[in-house]
Every structure is written in C-alpha cells, then in structure tokens.
Write a protein that binds this ligand. Structure first.
Ligand SMILES: O=P(O)(O)O[C@H]1O[C@H](CO)[C@@H](O)[C@H]1O
Ligand SMILES: O=c1cc[nH]c(=O)[nH]1
Length: 291
C-alpha cells in the first residue's frame, strides 16, 4: 500500500493532525459539527462527562458522553474551505494509520451531523424553524477540485438545477443528498428542503449593504426553483461541501438548520440562541434515542 507523504498528510510532532490538533483516539463514531466555536459548549453542557477539550485556530473539539453514547463535537468555522480541512482531517484520523501513513484496510464510516444557522427563502418557513437538508446545493467551488458523481436517481434534479442557474456566470452548481438513514432518524418530523450553500454571507446570499450586488433578485431566483416536489428552502455556507465530501470519503452526513432569518420578510431573529438551543436539544435527543 502507498505511504502518504509528509506533505500530503501533515502530522504534528505530538502525533495529532495538522489543523484539528487531535489524535486518532480522540474521535467518536458520532460527530456533531458547528460553525461557531462558542456553540460547542452549548452542546457539551448537556453531556454527562467530557473526556477531552482540544483545539487550534477556529477548530475546537470536545469529546464526551451522554450515557454510554460517545460523541465528538467540532467547530468548522465559516465556509466550505474550512469543511475541506475538517472533513479530510477527520477522515484521516479514522481511516489512515498514522504510524505507517497507509490507508487502513478496514475503513470507518462516521455519522456526522451539522447543527448550523441559516436563512429561509420561503415565506412559509418562519424564523425559529428547524430544518433538515434533503440536499446541499453548492454554489461554491469546493467540489470542482474533487472527483465526484451524481447518482442516476438525482440526475433529473441536477439537470434542472443546472438549467435554473445557467444565467449566473459566477456559478457552477453541484448537488449532493443527505444520508437517508440520518434524514429519517435525526431529521424526522423537521421541515425538509434543499439547502443552498453560498460562498459568502452578503452578495453571495443576495444581501446588499454598501457594495453593489451584481446578481439582481437572488432570493427570488432561489425560491422560484421548482422540480417535481423539490424546492429550495434555505441558505447557509457549509452543507453542500459537508454532504459531498462525506460521500466521497464514505461517511454519513445530515445538516440540521436553525432558521434565524426570513429573507423574504426581511427579518432576523431577536433571540438566535433560543432557536439554536432548540436545534441542539432535538439533535441530541435523537442521537441518543437512535443508538
Ligand atoms: O452558524 P454556523 O454553523 O456558522 O452557520 C451559518 O452561519 C455562518 C454565517 O453567519 C455560516 O457559517 C453559515 O453557514
Ligand atoms: O441568513 C443567514 C443566517 C445564518 N447564516 C447564514 O449563512 N445566512
């Protein structure tokens, strides 16, 4: 088996992976990712026991237990460029032997659940909604650097997406689905819909403050998309990269969105922490119930 070079897989002198700064044994089979590092303790305060707290830059990790269920919580920071780092490093931690630098024969598939914040683009999805993403629709560029493919069952939807966005010259969309088992268990009873992952918070999500927005009526462009019973429901900055890289690497992923903004009603939540807390409690309840 081919050894991964020191430049491809960067291991720190203490045996931890380059950015996440954690060791292979620090990762549980169930991982929760969040964008905001401060959200980690809002999750692990519900744990019965915290086994470790480590980190570097925006990548903070806590691993601990609820009952006998071991869970790792990691912050990714903002954007799919950070998802590239977190997912490749998480995968290396469980699927590469750090002593030999070879890929293990027996691969581990992690359950990875994002608990993130998001803005809704449909008028029937008010602030406070908790939504599980059926698909991630990437308007960023991450997955154009990786080999990946669209399954036959998703080709019709993908073609429709490409046609819908073909007049936006900055955009070459990619589309990936949630893990169906996680969607049915963790995402059960939540709102469902296609989540658009944008490469920014302002103009790439149709916002205008002082810099002029080059794409007119962006929110309308999203909420008028329709194919069979699919619609675009919300906007954020990581889900598509998470779904696509998880698939490429053989992991299962679900993104759960706490809706903080109603983009069609021009509103932003006055109590974002309460909405995020609702999403955290739901996800933790379901993770511990589904073990
Ligand atoms: O709250 P998090 O998980 O960071 O998610 C959303 O919030 C950030 C923008 O404010 C982006 O990361 C977006 O995806
Ligand atoms: O509108 C929103 C709200 C939270 N996070 C986003 O990326 N967009």
């Amino acid at each position: 088996m081919q050894k991964l070079s020191e430049a491809d897989l960067v291991i720190n002198p203490d045996g931890s992976i380059y950015h996440l700064n954690i060791l292979p044994e620090d990762v549980a089979d169930t991982v929760i990712t969040v964008g905001d590092p401060d959200r980690i303790s809002e999750i692990t305060k519900h744990f019965d026991r915290i086994e470790l707290k480590k980190g570097k830059r925006e990548f903070i990790t806590h691993t601990g237990y609820i009952g006998t269920k071991r869970i790792t919580v990691i912050s990714t920071g903002i954007g799919t460029d950070n998802i590239d780092i977190v997912f490749n490093e998480l995968d290396a931690l469980v699927n590469v032997d750090f002593k030999t630098r070879e890929v293990k024969e027996q691969l581990t598939s992690l359950d990875i659940i994002r608990v993130g914040t998001s803005g809704a683009v449909q008028s029937d999805l008010p602030m406070g909604t908790i939504l599980a993403s059926t698909f991630g629709l990437g308007l960023d560029a991450l997955m154009h650097y990786y080999e990946h493919s669209v399954p036959d069952a998703e080709k019709g939807l993908f073609e429709h997406v490409r046609t819908h966005f073909k007049d936006l010259h900055a955009v070459n969309p990619y589309l990936t689905s949630a893990d169906p088992v996680l969607l049915d268990t963790i995402g059960k009873g939540m709102e469902h819909g296609i989540t658009v992952t944008a490469p920014g918070f302002y103009a790439p999500q149709g916002r205008q403050v002082r810099a002029k927005n080059a794409v007119p009526n962006f929110i309308q462009k999203l909420n008028t998309f329709s194919y069979e019973n699919y619609r675009i429901t919300n906007l954020e900055m990581e889900t598509a990269g998470i779904y696509a890289l998880a698939k490429v690497l053989g992991h299962k992923a679900l993104s759960v969105n706490a809706i903080l903004a109603s983009r069609v009603n021009f509103q932003f939540s006055k109590d974002p922490n309460a909405v995020v807390d609702k999403a955290i409690k739901l996800v933790l309840e379901r993770i511990t119930a589904s073990k």
